[in-house]
Design a protein around this ligand. Structure first.
Ligand code: 2P0
Length: 339
């Protein structure tokens, strides 16, 4: 019989930024979230992961991340991803595939662990490669989710919803595209890199702590999110920027309020992040022209429209003149978030 083993599969995956945030899990083992979330995929050349998976005759599955090699057996998340693809592989029944180990080589072209969603692009990329190489008959966003929750949203371009799902095995906790990358061409994204240092508390640990101690998180999940998810989907479909921007900023504020309500508190934003919020709030005084959002780190992602972009950039550069330092105020922009 002819071999159908591809020797090598490679993929590129982008980062995503949530406009309805994922914060809190109902299952840590399967990365099942307390709530559905929505994100925008950022197709920026300087912000993506490249991964290559090859079959090998080695003893162990190996990962080489940004040049550092280790055995997959030391990494429970990677082990989960490999386990599920092998369990659901149309090829794994073949003796040839069963005897092989994997070598995964992955490179980020931006700082890992600095609140720029490196795990999202990393596991999305891995899921694309593994799903293909093993011909896995499950939704490939599940593979990404098992690596890192938010990664499932990087499987698609444009606007993506991660459905929290209802089932305890997570088979319905998958990513779906809400609108394509060509849907909202006038939308622009600016990333203000406040710091490229690694965050002090991982998202996983932060969520664990919030679930355990924050009554506000419970209120958010039970009372706020259904309405916000509905309004956000409507805003995206109708390209209603003011509504999109308002919900985006409220979501960012609420995430960081939950972090404050967590005990001991979690602080991701720094004084420059707060200055950015103040500046944008003043800028939007007459009309909402820009939205800020912050994840588990101090860096700001701004959304605006093409018509406001030049003026906004000039204002930002006036308040935060660029420096040569890696740690302050560099801006990274994309002409079109959906490109
Ligand atoms: C999000 N974040 O929706 C939220 C907003 C950070 C703040 O998803 O434990 O790295 O790997 O599932 O996906 C970051 O959390 O956490 C995150 P794990 P993940 O983008």
């Amino acid at each position: 019989m002819e071999s159908f083993l591809p020797l090598k599969v490679s993929a590129i995956a982008p980062v995503n930024i949530a406009v309805i945030k994922y914060w809190g899990k109902r299952s840590e083992e399967l990365n099942l979230p307390l709530n559905s979330s929505i994100s925008v995929t950022l197709h920026i050349d300087d912000l993506c992961t490249k991964t290559e998976v090859t079959f090998s005759d080695g003893e162990d599955d190996i990962i080489c991340l940004n040049g550092i090699e280790e055995s997959v057996s030391k990494n429970p998340r990677l082990k989960r991803c490999l386990k599920i693809v092998r369990e659901h592989s149309k090829k794994f029944c073949s003796k040839e595939v069963k005897s092989k180990k994997c070598k995964i080589v992955s490179t980020n072209n931006f700082p890992t662990g600095a609140g720029l969603a490196s795990s999202a692009s990393g596991y999305a990329c891995l899921a694309k490669c593994l799903g293909t190489v093993y011909d896995a008959y499950i939704d490939h966003s599940i593979i990404a989710r098992l690596g890192s929750g938010s990664a499932c949203r990087s499987m698609y371009g444009g606007f993506v919803k991660w459905e929290k799902g209802e089932l305890s095995d997570g088979t319905d906790s998958i990513a779906v595209q809400v609108a394509s990358e060509n849907h909202w061409n006038s939308l622009r994204v600016l990333i203000l890199v406040v710091s490229s240092q690694e965050k002090s508390i991982s998202s996983t640990e932060g969520m664990r702590r919030s679930v355990r101690s924050s009554p506000f998180l419970q209120y958010r999940v039970e009372q706020c999110l259904d309405e916000r998810l509905k309004l956000m989907e409507e805003a995206i479909q109708s390209q209603n920027f003011e509504s999109f921007a308002e919900i985006t900023m409220k979501e960012s504020n609420q995430l960081h309020a939950v972090c404050q309500d967590t005990y001991p508190p979690i602080i991701y934003m720094n004084s420059i992040s707060h200055e950015i919020v103040q500046l944008i709030t003043a800028y939007n005084d007459q009309k909402i022209k820009v939205a800020y959002t912050f994840d588990a780190g101090p860096n700001a992602v701004l959304f605006t429209l093409e018509e406001y972009y030049d003026e906004l950039l000039a204002t930002l550069l006036n308040y935060f003149p660029p420096t040569n330092s890696n740690n302050s105020n560099n801006s990274n922009n994309s002409n079109n978030s959906n490109n």
